[in-house]
Design a protein around this ligand. Sequence first.
Ligand SMILES: [Zn+2]
Length: 177
Amino acid sequence: MMQTTETKALPQKSQSPAQARVVRLESIPAYAALTTFYGTPGTGLMTVTLPYPLRLSWDTITRITKTQCHKMVAKSLLSVLEAVHAEYGRSVFELGLDLYGGGYANRAQRGGAKLSVHAWGAAFDFDPDHNELRMDRDEARFAEPQYDAWWALWEEAGWISLGRTRNYDWMHVQACR
Ligand SMILES: [Zn+2]
């Protein structure tokens, strides 16, 4: 009897977008401190269940419900995606916020020799086809005003958009300064 009362939580959907609170990253390391902070690339990873399915940007009929990330960013990542879903609802699909370009990948930066933040499981790409590496804010879709709320949620949680801060690689968001 008690149990019934205790587990009767308000459904998530009754939350207004403003109430959908994101979990801030505890700390955001500089690039040079990534291994000290997160460990050797490829370690400390976990599999998380996404709050809504993501379409693979290179194979959009394939939907995924799980992805890999560093365990230190998992809570924040999921909270942002939950807040995005609360904020945008069905528009997540229309705006391509569910087009996933990838998370953990032990690889170098595109066109560079340094390891990508993706190698630590602390960076994620969305809709790369409309937000290519070299596109600036005049070309990248994610620079348009309908994505301001998307970025506001990431930024509220402490994540860095390379598009918003450096005006390139608008697909990319990272837990690194
Ligand atoms: Zn990226």
